[in-house]
Design a protein around this ligand. Structure first.
Ligand code: DGY
Length: 327
C-alpha cells in the first residue's frame, strides 16, 4: 500500500528539492501564471501545494477539496486567505529565519544607495555624463550617525537595526505595538534601540524604514499624513510590503512635500507597472523585490518549504507553521 500524496508545485523549485518531493509523492509542476489549465487540472486532487508569489483565495480552495497543506516559499503570508485556511483545517507553512540576514543586507544596501545616490551616480558614469568633478548638486547625505526609525521591529527589522547601530553608529527608534524585550531577543541593541511613539519616531528620524507585514491594519497606513509628519529632508525606505504605502501620497511627498528620497524594494503592484512614475522618479531608488534573492537564501527557503510540506504530509508537526488561528 502506498501513502503517496499529490503535490502541486506552483512556482519552480531547485532540482534537489523537487527530487525530495518526487521521491516521496506524486508531483505535478504547474505555474498558474503560465500553465493555468494544467494547474487547474491538478488542483482537484492536490493534497499539498508549494510555491510563492501567487494569490490563493477561497475560490481556489473550493477547487482543491483534498488540500491539507500549503507550504509557502516566503516568510510573508499576505497571499493566503488565513481565516479560510483555518476554517478548512488547511495547514499553512512559511520560511522565517532563513532569510532574515539576507533581507537585512538588501535593506541596508537600498538605504545606502538612497542616501548616497549610488544608482543615479553610477548611471551618470555609465552614460558618459561624468565629464567634470562631481559638484554639490550630486552630493549625497550621510548615513553614519543619523537616526533610523524602524516600523515593524520583528526579526528583519532587528537585523537591520543591528547593522545600523553597531556598524554605523546610528541611534535606532522603533515603533511596534509593544516594546520588544531586547534583553531576551536582541541584547546587543540594549541602549541602542528605543521603543518610540509613531509621531515622535517620524519627527525625529532621518531615515524611516518600513518592514511591515501586509494586514488589514497596515494596508495603506503609510499615507499623506504619515509623510507630512516625517522630519523635513528625511528619506523613506520600504523593505516590507508595497501595499502598506499609498504610492500617490509618496509621490506627492517627494514632489510637493519635504521627503528627500525613497528606496523601495516592494510595490503595491509587482512587477511595477510600465506607467508607474516610481520607475523613473529621480529621487526614487526602485528594486525588483530582491529582499531574499541570493542563491544561498532562496535555496534555504526552498529547502525549508519542502521540509515543511513533507512533514505535514507525513503527519508530523512542520518546522515552520504559520498560526492561521490568530488571523
Ligand atoms: C518573503 O519571503 O515574504 C519575501 O518578501 C520574499 O518574497
Amino acid at each position: 500500500m502506498t501513502d503517496k500524496k499529490n503535490v502541486l508545485v506552483f512556482r519552480a523549485l531547485p532540482e534537489d528539492q523537487l527530487a525530495r518531493l518526487q521521491a516521496a509523492h506524486h508531483v505535478t509542476v504547474a505555474d498558474p501564471r503560465k500553465e493555468p489549465e494544467a494547474f487547474g487540472a491538478a488542483l482537484g486532487t492536490a493534497n499539498g501545494l508549494i510555491g510563492s508569489s501567487y494569490n490563493i483565495d477561497a475560490a481556489l480552495l473550493d477547487a482543491a477539496p483534498q488540500l491539507k497543506v500549503i507550504s509557502s516559499v516566503s516568510v510573508g503570508i499576505d497571499n493566503y486567505p488565513l481565516a479560510e485556511l483555518h476554517k478548512r483545517g488547511i495547514v499553512l507553512c512559511h520560511t522565517p529565519d532563513v532569510l532574515t540576514e539576507t533581507v537585512a543586507d538588501t535593506v541596508f544596501a537600498i538605504l545606502m544607495a538612497t542616501q548616497r545616490r549610488v544608482v543615479e551616480l553610477s548611471n551618470l558614469v555609465r552614460e558618459g555624463r561624468w565629464t567634470k568633478n562631481i559638484g554639490e548638486e550630486f552630493f549625497g547625505t550621510d548615513v553614519h550617525g543619523k537616526t533610523l526609525g524602524v516600523l515593524g521591529f520583528g526579526r528583519i527589522g532587528q537585523a537591520v537595526a543591528r547593522r545600523a547601530a553597531l556598524g554605523f553608529g546610528m541611534p535606532v527608534l522603533y515603533h511596534s505595538r509593544r516594546p520588544v524585550d531586547l534583553a531576551a531577543q536582541a541584547p546587543e541593541l540594549q541602549g541602542r534601540a528605543t521603543h518610540t511613539p509613531l509621531d515622535e519616531l517620524l519627527s525625529r528620524s532621518d531615515i524611516v524604514l518600513a518592514m511591515l507585514p501586509l494586514t488589514d491594519a497596515t494596508r495603506g497606513m503609510i499615507d499623506a499624513g504619515f509623510f507630512a509628519r516625517m522630519k523635513p529632508g528625511a528619506s523613506f525606505i520600504n523593505g516590507g510590503r508595497g501595499a502598506t504605502v499609498n504610492e500617490a501620497a509618496l509621490l506627492h511627498a517627494l514632489d510637493h512635500g519635504t521627503l528627500r528620497a525613497a528606496g523601495l524594494d516592494v510595490f503595491a503592484k509587482e512587477p511595477l507597472p510600465a506607467d508607474s512614475p516610481l520607475r523613473t522618479h529621480p529621487r526614487v531608488t526602485p528594486l525588483p523585490h530582491i529582499g531574499s534573492a541570493t542563491h544561498e537564501t532562496r535555496h534555504a527557503m526552498a529547502e525549508l518549504a519542502t521540509t515543511n510540506l513533507l512533514q505535514v504530509l507525513a503527519g508530523e508537526k512542520p518546522t515552520a507553521p504559520y498560526d492561521t488561528a490568530a488571523a
